[in-house]
Write a protein that binds this ligand. Structure first.
Ligand SMILES: Cc1cc2nc3c(=O)[nH]c(=O)nc-3n(C[C@H](O)[C@H](O)[C@H](O)COP(=O)(O)OP(=O)(O)OC[C@H]3O[C@@H](n4cnc5c(N)ncnc54)[C@H](O)[C@@H]3O)c2cc1C
Length: 403
């Protein structure tokens, strides 16, 4: 590998899964001239009607892909006025919303808006819907995928971005079931006009006894995204689109800060699902197959980093694969895992810890509040990270550069 001449042949990548992880990986690979195709099981690309937060660590990568303007057009800036509260509305502290340089690169995004921006930037024909992957095999020269519709595909590298229930994971590592957190999340969107005077551009988190409630704007601020996290023994539903009971949601936060109660009175319908994660896997890569996003490192949403980390994964891979020969792939993929997992292992663990803070699982709430006050240090370390720079440095440090 050392001193190797840059390949003149375009590397072929097949991505299984057209969620935020798979499509953003395709954007990163396409930017570095890798021939990429995404295979998605659904008949059309889609994300449920809910939000997510894009933080500086992934926004700087998306901006380098040329998506800055499109994201600014549909995102909702989140910054000043972002705060943590006790259940009754007492302010616990402010939320850090910049990286160390002071850049406030944070958007609340409707998930479908983010997916549309990513997908629209890809060459026509990159995404093939209606392709449920049902099998994987490889030999020395290539990897092959089988689909339920009878089609097959061949590639130099297969990227499994098929989510927490990944069917390709078992070709890499002994499968382990996802772990239920004991928490159910109710989630939905409300037109801002229904809540006149609601704080602009702010993320707000109310932390109660075993529960927490979060609100932030999406879609240029026209919609408010809310999530109510409540304990539940019911482990059965983990679908992204199960319809929740709005009365059950409202009664879970009865007597909380009047702002929360007023918002819940305006809710007409919501989704709910159980929250699952996994302990770090023993391995993410084997030969020509790599895991990415939730397939590699499913995490709880209490740091808002699941999709952000999936986006970082794709950028790291694209840097490692740029200009490579197909024969290099099995040598390079372990480098992807080395590069990425030190960070995602920590974030998986920190997301669990942050859930305990938000759910006030502390004998002494002052201790929790002290930890919330210094959470900015962790957030800075998440936001400052530049995966592209780290991946380029990794190549040079290990003398793996393509030219
Ligand atoms: C309540 C909640 C709030 C969250 N908030 C945030 C947030 O604010 N910020 C953040 O960064 N993250 C957040 N996350 C996490 C984030 O949503 C996930 O980490 C992220 O969406 C994972 O993306 P993915 O592409 O890896 O997987 P998925 O989104 O699960 O996509 C997998 C795709 O693969 C397809 N697929 C599956 N099997 C096959 C197959 N066999 N063949 C073909 N296609 C297949 C599926 O149809 C799907 O399209 C949140 C999660 C939850 C539950």
């Amino acid at each position: 590998m050392k001193g190797k001449v840059r390949s003149t042949k375009r590397l072929r990548a097949a991505v299984v899964g057209g969620g935020i992880g798979g499509i953003s990986a395709a954007c990163a690979l396409n930017r570095r001239d890798i021939d990429v195709t995404v295979f998605e099981q659904a008949a059309a690309l889609g994300e449920i009607g809910a939000g997510l937060t894009i933080f500086p660590n992934s926004l700087r990568q998306l901006e380098r892909m040329g998506l800055g303007e499109a994201l600014a057009a549909v995102g909702a800036k989140i910054g000043d006025g972002s705060e943590y509260y006790r259940a009754d509305g007492t302010v616990v502290g402010s939320m850090l919303m910049t990286d160390s340089s002071g850049w406030n690169g944070i958007y609340g995004m409707h998930r479908a808006d983010l997916l549309n921006v990513l997908a629209a930037s890809l060459p026509r024909g990159t995404i093939r819907t209606g392709h449920l992957c049902i099998g994987f095999e490889k030999d020395v020269a290539a990897a092959r995928l089988k689909f339920a519709n009878g089609e097959t595909a061949e590639a130099d590298i297969v990227i499994a971005a098929d989510g927490i229930h990944s069917i390709l994971q078992k070709y890499v590592v002994e499968p382990t079931p996802p772990e239920y957190s004991g928490v159910r999340a109710y989630r939905g969107l409300i037109p801002r006009e229904k809540l006149p005077g609601w704080r602009q551009e702010a993320q707000q988190v109310w932390m109660g006894d075993g529960k927490h409630f979060m609100v932030y704007p999406v879609r240029s601020g026209r919609l408010l995204n809310y999530v109510g996290f409540v304990p539940s023994e019911n482990t059965t539903t983990e679908s992204w689109s199960a319809i929740g009971d709005r009365d059950e949601l409202a009664s879970s936060f009865d007597g909380w800060d009047p702002h929360v109660v007023r918002l819940l009175e305006a809710v007409e319908s919501c989704f709910w699902w159980g929250l699952y994660d996994r302990m770090p896997l023993a391995s993410w890569t084997k030969g020509r197959l790599v895991l990415l996003g939730d397939a590699a490192h499913a995490m709880l949403p209490h740091l808002g980093q699941g999709a952000n980390q999936a986006i970082e994964d794709g950028v790291a891979l694209s840097v490692l694969l740029e200009g490579r020969d197909p024969a290099d792939v099995p040598v390079l993929v372990p480098e992807y895992e080395k590069l990425r997992r030190a960070r995602t292992d920590i974030i998986q663990a920190e997301a669990r810890k942050n859930g305990l803070r938000y759910d006030s699982k502390y004998a002494n709430l002052h201790q929790r509040d002290r930890e919330i006050a210094i959470l900015g240090t962790l957030r800075k370390s998440l936001f400052d990270y530049d995966v592209e720079r780290v991946a380029i440095a990794h190549l040079s440090e290990h003398q793996l550069s393509a030219n």
